[in-house]
Design a protein around this ligand. Structure first.
Ligand code: SF4
Length: 1451
């Protein structure tokens, strides 16, 4: 029980209106929870109003925004004020209110709260009740609600000033020195100095109170206090006294204390007076506590910051003593009461001794160590949450020494906490602007004085002209000051010099939180906006989008943007750094430039300081895309130039708006140009509707006839990977073939309410993550669980059966076995619990069965037909064959499909599913923003579809012109960033359908294309980036290009669709694919060319690899590898990664044809039945390596030569500067995970754009997703170096781990992602590299890779440590890959989360640091140390998986 809670309860019960003064979000009121607890049991319902304070740190005047101070005295109100440890602020109120009561423990707080309420009610006056809130361990006996209400609201509330009219004396435990006091009744005698509680000290040698005349008003107030205290005593049976005297009865020293102290010390000759009533404090009562025997009085007050010389209680006591006989005056010492918890007996003795030896009573004493006051705690300034630094960093980066934050936390140490308030900042700005105006006037006077030499005159004139230029005004100012200081001083010169600080033009900013939005008036924000001053205000809004509704509805935020725009002369921008960095930059620059007030509203949603950046990013995206936080800029200065002042920068809203306007325009143009069409349009629309209705009626009738025997069936599925969906669709087809009318939907699209209306439902669900339901079944499962937990019987009508799909070997540990098919099992039991009838037993499909899930399904389905009553129906029609990619390819007319028509369809942002397969061949993937998928689903709109475009760029080499074009395409058509991929090319995300064609045309405009960058064809051919061997690289790159060109599809569909080239019409002229034929390849095909000793391309991870063999510096040819591949399907042991096998050697001239024949052998032998088993690696393992090789050689017409020797020693990039043999320079930079974007402190996009503008060489992309600025001529070196340095792109001071890491894109764009990758790996590395550093491994490269799904785009299966996404936050962990990509790793743990990863790696890395041999790499060591078995071939990948020594021992 805390003081706050007992006070809050009394306040709630006593009040008609309760005002809760709140701190800024996200903190909540200390009292709020007590109000809510009390309200649950109380019959009282006061009107509770919450009022925010502008900032908790502000001084008292702002902490009490409810009333103006002068108004406090009159109304009947109680102001309960919780204190931490200092009375400095609250004592300011003492002089204003009639009553000021102080409590120092919970019981006192309870009793005084009652007393204060009673006083306020009966006297109709204001009472301040201050109490120390941090008394967690205190215990208070609380009065019941009935008693409180009876006490406070009793009819006869008349105060009897003598307070002794009834028989309750209540003073039995009240007095401390009552042996010589009043009678039992404890009656109050107005002049005898006894308290209301009757404690007696009337004749114990004090000055005669009669001699003192109290102020009559104060006396009346005091008597009323005593009467109220007596009434309270009756209710609570505890005395309440204005002060408590204890200790010696004949003291020589009296110690008064005002604050949190209770001196238990028993010191001879010392009495203690604990004060709890500070106003009204009668001199007579004070004197009654100071006996004649006392020669010294010490007044201790818990006041840490008091601006006046004398403190309040001290003054009261001195003034009381002055009324006494002057001869009997005592020395009165003032003292500060420190931390009372640390005061000992000897401290008090020391204090008394010090007081006795002190020659000057005015020197202040101190008892107890100082309390860390707010000022002391925050001496370094208020803490700025780390996330908020992202905006302040941009400000300092943009404006550098021009930046002037007018409420900077740095000012706190000199100006106090108030300096962070907007009012303070505005005052500061106004002062500075005035002073600068004075400087301008002074300079002009000096110019006109004729007393200065021509040089100085010219400098001053130039300054006047350039005074608003940040750079010039500073440099000119410096020169002027130097000159002025060197010449003889005159009044005019002196005047200028006193204002010299204002020579530079600065960018003035006031930075605040969204708390200011609650409180426009009193926060000073309004004044800043209305001031017309050239000041910029940055307001950070941190409320996460997902919690937008959890904010207190009574605390309404004002739309500051709208408010500011209404002023008409204010620049306003709404920005979000995690959505558009470029827009933030632009807005801040525009705000700075704007001559007048500017308000920049910045979104930064985070709950706690530990919130990962990823969450902020997701919240930002939700807020921006949903329109909750629109990005815009409003620049009223544009209006005068005839431009549109408002710019909407949110892409999603802009696109939606554009689509809407396009449609509107189209219709209105049509109607306007052909008015006769309007009626036809409408009538034909009507006809169509009628037609559709007729058809529907007919269909319904037919359905009715055909379904007379069986009830309608609803099939609900939950599926992540697509298998359960496939089974559900098949079940639906087969049900229809039996005459059953079916409805097919995902589980999450069904609500429990709707399910209540269903008769017959089949549920098909797969298993995700740690036995969780798949994504599209989670909401439903949650609702079902909740209903089952409530014990409801919701589904009495439902007849159901569940078919569950999973993998019984997915969790190797016996204790995890229950996760197998858990979602299906849970569903089955919950449905039964909710009253459903199971019509067929739960079916269990297991990937481990001979036919996979089909085995279980074959047993389940007949039972289900039987339950449905259609088991005897013979199905004569053949089941419709599922449409596979092979069908789509064959029917596509050489990759055309209906892509063109789909692009024209503006009713959806998507294209047809079959076209989605075909566009891959054109380098385009349809995706949707997965971060906001659920949100959009909840809104009932289609997912936020967009497209990924991948460029074909053999060998990863491009020109500066091409780079600039990529940069522009990202801005104009994509998400503003682009990615360097693991296949050495560019990838754009977030391209909406309308922008697809222009984007592809722009790519082709600079002689690049996207053809065959994806799809079942040969993909982008990659090759090593070897800066030092210029000649060799040129040869290898040329080889790479020639292979790519040789294997590129020949269809003209690409040119036709995207480049508007002439259509190859109908049968007259047909496309011809000499290599691929109309079916193309069974699956994708990847080729890499490596140049030893670097294996940066991971040649063994490719279907086909060429390892360059160099003789005497000349390219002699290539060793040929075949059968590498990375993709796996979780839980399917038919799938595995594989490293390629070397099958021989070929010359450079033969290479192209070798590539062709390997590809054609795969084309003709690859598995077209099962895409999961279609890659070359499976074909080779099925046919046998020798057979496959023989087939290739047969097609070649010759045998490959024996392989030659070579050595690899790494697969990571060689960072830094290098010089080629031709004397040209190259710089390999680290771009984390290949994302080219601008971030605070890492402006790669802008920096590389600057380089591309001046660079005359080339850019080379690496397959590790990094970049070489290549072929820099010596004469251009310094220029490139300075740009690299300017944008900090030359920074390579990263850990070895980070430099050797890579991640695929995954969320939010990749449709296959099961977990984060690119956005999460850097965060994980932050933590793992700390472990490395602790063990002295900062510079040791450990190849760590991560992908969001088992497809393995970042080649995780050859990394030394890898993480492969299984579910959000859950990964498969692999260990033991070869350092230079020569060996596969192996599954070490099947599911790990971050804490587990760190727990595993901590001891492992430590051991590695201690036990490794010279030069031994981490992957090799994990095998030697017994953590994991070495993987010798893809087919054995699953053997001995799971790691740890028992597996090593089995070998
Ligand atoms: S590995 Fe998976 S999640 Fe990552 S980009 Fe490739 S397909 Fe997407």
């Amino acid at each position: 029980m805390t003081c706050s809670s007992v006070v809050a309860r009394i306040a709630y019960l006593a009040s008609e209106t309760l005002v809760d003064s709140l701190p800024p979000l996200p903190a909540t009121s200390e009292f709020a929870s007590s109000f809510s607890v009390t309200s649950q049991s109380s019959r009282r319902r006061p009107n509770v109003i919450t009022v925010p304070t502008a900032a908790i740190q502000l001084q008292l005047s702002s902490e009490l925004p409810v009333l103006h101070l002068a108004e406090l005295a009159s109304p009947p109100l109680v102001l309960h004020i919780a204190l931490l440890n200092d009375l400095s602020d609250v004592l300011l109120l003492r002089a204003i209110v009639p009553y000021f009561i102080l409590s120092t423990n919970s019981q006192q707080a309870h009793d005084n709260a009652l007393l204060a309420s009673k006083l306020a009610r009966s006297q109709k006056k204001a009472v301040v009740h201050a109490f120390f809130s941090r008394n967690e361990t205190d215990v208070a006996t609380e009065l019941s609600e009935e008693s409180v209400l009876a006490f406070l609201f009793e009819e006869n509330d008349v105060i009897n000033v003598n307070g002794h009219s009834n028989g309750v004396n209540g003073h039995s435990n009240g007095h401390s020195n009552g042996t010589n006091g009043n009678g039992e009744n404890g009656h109050t005698n107005e002049i005898n100095g006894n308290g209301a509680n009757g404690h007696s000290n009337g004749t114990n040698g004090l000055d005669s109170p009669e001699a003192i005349v109290d102020d009559q008003v104060a006396l009346q107030l005091f008597q009323n206090y005593e009467a109220a205290a007596l009434n309270t005593l009756k209710a609570i049976r505890r005395p309440l006294r204005p002060f408590v005297v204890h200790g010696s009865s004949n003291p020589t020293t009296v110690i008064f204390s005002l604050g949190k102290a209770s001196f238990e010390a028993d010191i001879e000759g010392v009495s203690f007076v604990d004060v709890s009533l500070l106003t009204p404090l009668l001199p007579s009562r004070i004197l009654s506590a100071i006996p004649q025997t006392a020669t010294s009085v010490i007044v201790l007050e818990q006041i840490q910051n008091w601006s006046l010389k004398w403190t309040p209680l001290y003054l009261e006591i001195v003034s009381a003593l002055q009324q006494r006989n002057p001869d009997a005056r005592r020395i009165v010492h003032s003292g500060i009461l420190g931390d009372s918890s640390q005061i000992s007996h000897s401290d008090i003795l020391r204090l008394i001794e010090k007081a006795s030896t002190s020659t000057s009573p005015s020197s202040r004493l101190r008892l107890g160590p100082p309390i860390l006051s707010k000022e002391t705690v925050t001496s370094g300034g208020p803490h700025i949450p780390k996330h908020e630094l992202s905006y302040t960093k941009i400000l300092s980066h943009l404006f550098r020494e021009r930046l002037e934050v007018s409420n900077s936390p740095d000012l706190v140490s000199t100006q106090g906490l108030l300096s962070t308030s907007p009012e303070f900042a505005l005052g500061r700005v106004r002062g500075q602007i005035d002073e600068r105006a004075n400087l301008v006037a002074a300079v002009q006077d000096l110019l006109q004085s004729g007393l200065i030499d021509p040089d100085l005159h010219s400098l001053l004139s130039n300054w006047v002209l350039a005074k608003d230029d940040g750079i010039k005004s500073r440099s000119l100012g410096k020169e002027i000051v130097k000159k002025l200081e060197s010449i003889s001083s005159s009044v005019d010169v002196h005047r200028v010099l006193t204002l010299k600080a204002h020579f530079p033009s600065v960018s003035r900013w006031i930075i605040g939180s969204d708390a200011w939005s609650y409180d426009l008036g009193s926060s000073g924000l309004h004044h800043a906006i209305a001031s017309g001053l050239n000041v910029n205000i940055l307001i950070l809004d941190t409320l996460p989008y997902s919690q937008r509704n959890s904010a207190d509805p009574t605390r309404r935020k004002h739309d500051v943007g709208l408010y500011a725009m209404n002023h008409g002369d204010v620049y306003v921008a709404s920005v979000a750094i995690y959505s558009s960095y470029a827009q933030v930059l632009q807005s801040l620059l525009e705000a700075d430039k704007f001559d007048g007030p500017s308000v920049v509203l910045a979104y930064l949603p985070y709950e706690t300081e530990d919130a990962p950046a990823l969450n902020i990013l997701k919240e930002t995206k939700l807020a921006v895309d949903a329109g909750y936080w629109p990005l815009y800029r409003w620049d009223p200065s544009k209006e005068s130039k005839g431009a549109e002042p408002f710019s909407l920068d949110s892409d999603t809203i802009k696109n939606d708006l554009q689509t809407f306007l396009d449609r509107q325009n189209h219709l209105s143009q049509l109607v306007r140009s052909k008015p006769q069409l309007a009626s036809e349009l409408v009538s034909s629309l009507g006809e169509t509707v009628k037609e559709i209705r007729k058809k529907k009626a007919l269909q319904s009738y037919n359905d009715l006839l055909s379904n007379l025997d069986a009830p309608p069936l609803t099939i609900l599925y939950a599926s992540d990977g697509g298998n359960a969906e496939k089974v559900a669709k098949r079940l639906s087809n087969r049900a229809q073939a039996r005459g059953v009318s079916t409805t097919l939907a995902t589980l999450d699209s069904m609500s429990l309410d709707s399910l209540q209306q269903e008769d017959f439902v089949a549920f098909i669900t797969s298993t995700a993550g740690q036995g969780e339901p798949p994504q599209n079944g989670r909401q439903f499962s949650k609702a079902l669980n909740a209903a089952a937990a409530r014990g409801e019987s919701l589904l009495p009508k439902l007849r159901y059966s569940v078919f569950a799909m999973g993998d019984s070997h997915y969790w190797p540990r016996p204790e995890d076995a229950h996760y197998y098919n858990k979602p299906g099992k849970d569903l089955d039991t919950r449905l039964e619990k909710l009253g459903g009838s199971r019509v067929a037993a739960l079916g269990l499909g297991d990937d481990q069965d001979a036919d996979g899930y089909q085995t279980g399904y074959n047993a389940w389905e007949p039972q289900f037909w039987k339950a449905l009553g259609v088991d005897s129906i013979e199905v004569t029609e053949a089941e419709p064959e599922p449409i596979t990619n092979e069908h789509i390819k064959a029917a596509s007319n050489y990759l055309r499909g209906t892509i063109l028509e789909g692009l024209d369809d503006t009713s959806t942002g998507a294209i047809a599913p079959s076209d989605g397969q075909l566009t891959k061949f054109h380098g385009i993937y349809q995706q949707d923003d997965r971060d906001i998928r659920d949100e959009r689903m909840a809104q009932g709109v289609e997912p936020a579809f967009s497209f990924m475009i991948r460029v074909r760029m053999p060998g990863g080499v491009c020109t500066p012109k091409q780079w600039l074009q990529m940069d522009q395409i990202a801005d104009e058509h994509g998400s503003g960033t682009f990615k360097i991929t693991t296949r050495q090319t560019f990838q754009f995300h977030g391209v909406i359908k309308r922008h697809l064609k222009p984007a592809i045309q722009d790519i082709n405009r600079v002689l690049l294309d996207t053809l065959a960058a994806c799809g079942d064809v040969n993909r982008n051919v990659v090759c090593s980036s070897i800066p030092t061997k210029s000649k060799l690289h040129a040869q290898v790159h040329q080889f790479c290009v020639s292979v790519s060109e040789h294997l590129v599809p020949r269809t003209t569909a690409y040119h036709e669709i995207w480049l508007d080239k002439k259509m190859v019409a109908g049968d007259a002229l047909k496309d011809f694919e000499p290599l691929y034929g109309e079916f193309y390849l069974p699956r994708k095909f990847k080729i890499a060319v490596a140049v030893p000793p670097t294996n940066d391309v991971d040649v063994f991870a490719n279907d086909l690899g060429f390892i360059a063999i160099v003789d005497n510096g000349e390219l002699a040819g290539f060793n040929v590898t075949i059968g590498g591949g990375m993709g796996v399907t979780h839980g399917s042991k038919k799938t595995y990664p594989r490293t390629g096998d070397i099958i021989g050697f070929c010359t450079p001239e033969q290479g192209k044809i070798v590539a062709e024949k390997v590809m054609l052998t795969q084309r003709d032998n690859g598995n077209r039945e099962d895409r999961k088993n279609a890659r070359l690696k499976y074909t080779i393992d099925r046919m046998g390596l020798d057979v496959f090789k023989a087939e290739v050689e047969k097609r070649l017409g010759y045998q490959l030569q024996p392989a030659r020797s070579y050595t690899f020693d790494r697969n990571i990039d060689d960072y830094g500067w290098s010089t080629g043999e031709d004397g040209r320079h190259h710089f390999t930079m680290f771009i984390e995970n290949g994302r080219v974007q601008d971030e605070a402190g890492k402006e790669f996009k802008s920096g590389l754009r600057e380089i591309a503008k001046v660079h005359k060489g080339a850019f080379r992309l690496t397959t590790n997703q990094h970049l070489l600025v290549s072929d820099i001529a010596p004469e251009n070196l310094s220029q490139i170096k300075s740009i690299l340095a300017k944008f900090k792109m030359d920074n390579l001071s990263y850990s070895g781990l980070r430099l050797a890491s890579s991640a695929c894109v995954a969320f939010p764009t990749c449709g296959l992602a099961m977990a984060e990758s690119e956005r999460y790996l850097p965060i994980l590395i932050d933590k793992v590299e700390k472990i490395c550093e602790e063990n002295g491994l900062r510079n040791d490269a450990i190849v760590m890779r991560m992908t969001g799904c088992p497809n393995g785009c970042a080649r995780p299966y050859v990394a030394e440590i890898a993480f492969i996404g299984k579910a959000p936050g859950t990964y498969l962990m692999l260990l033991g890959g070869g350092y230079y990509g020569q060996r596969l790793n192996k599954i070490y743990r099947e599911t790990v989360t971050e804490p587990e990863i760190l727990d595993i790696l901590k001891p492992m890395i430590k051991r590695y640091a201690l036990e490794r041999n010279e030069g031994e790499h981490f992957g090799d060591w994990t095998i030697r140390a017994g953590y994991i078995a070495a993987t010798t071939s893809g087919k054995e990948w699953y053997d001995r998986m799971g790691g740890e020594e028992q597996f090593a021992q089995q070998s």
